[in-house]
Design a protein around this ligand. Structure first.
Ligand code: AR6
Length: 172
């Protein structure tokens, strides 16, 4: 049975098998959680991202790639690219669900069983968290129901209001 848990704080500090990064298609870093991960993890992460770019030309929206976690306490970083919110008529929910599923599948392919997610797309990419959080939780729940090997998925939030929202949704 997998556990779905919630933590508030900086995802770069978690000692888990993998943390997920809310990246962009270039894989070359940016602001938000992406910036925090590259800053705290050091240059080894960017080097691997550049090697992936050379091989496959970045990462499409909804897809995921995995790299070292450099100096971070986590084992790996899974980089996924969330959709930019454009009002909801551009397949954003499907693409966001793909981020969670593809990241978890990549983790399982590597035998990783404790994975932490930030709230993908809900910062710079503007996806309303009231819509993104229930979709994230439902997608992760369904994935874990099908893949009992996943031990724990941790949702990591930054703000108190995001924490309250996730808390309420995880209770149901
Ligand atoms: N730990 C946990 N959560 C965090 C952290 C952290 N250290 N820092 C921010 N958050 P965002 P996006 C939360 O903007 O919307 C980058 O430039 C934040 O409060 O990081 O998917 C990329 O390169 C929010 O709830 O990601 C892309 O270009 C959530 O993480 C673009 O931003 C996601 O916010 C991706 O935008």
């Amino acid at each position: 049975m997998s556990k779905l848990t919630l933590q508030r704080g900086d995802i770069t500090r978690l000692e888990v098998d993998a943390i997920v990064n809310a990246a962009n298609s270039s894989l070359l870093g940016g602001g938000g959680v992406d910036g925090a991960i590259h800053r705290a993890g050091g240059p080894a992460i960017l080097e691997e991202c550049q090697a992936i770019r050379a091989r496959q030309g970045g990462c499409k929206t909804g897809e995921a790639v995995i790299t070292t976690a450099g100096k971070l306490p986590a084992g790996y970083v899974i980089h996924t690219v969330g959709p930019v919110w454009g009002g909801g008529q551009r397949d954003e929910p499907k693409l966001l669900a793909n981020c969670y599923r593809n990241s978890l599948q990549l983790a399982l392919d590597k035998g990783l069983k404790r994975v932490a997610f930030p709230s993908i797309s809900t910062g710079i990419y503007g996806y309303p968290i009231e819509l993104a959080a229930p979709l994230a939780i439902e997608t992760v729940r369904n994935f874990c129901a099908e893949h009992g090997q996943m031990e724990e998925v941790i949702f990591v939030v930054f703000s108190e209001s995001d924490e309250r929202l996730y808390q309420a949704l995880l209770k149901d």
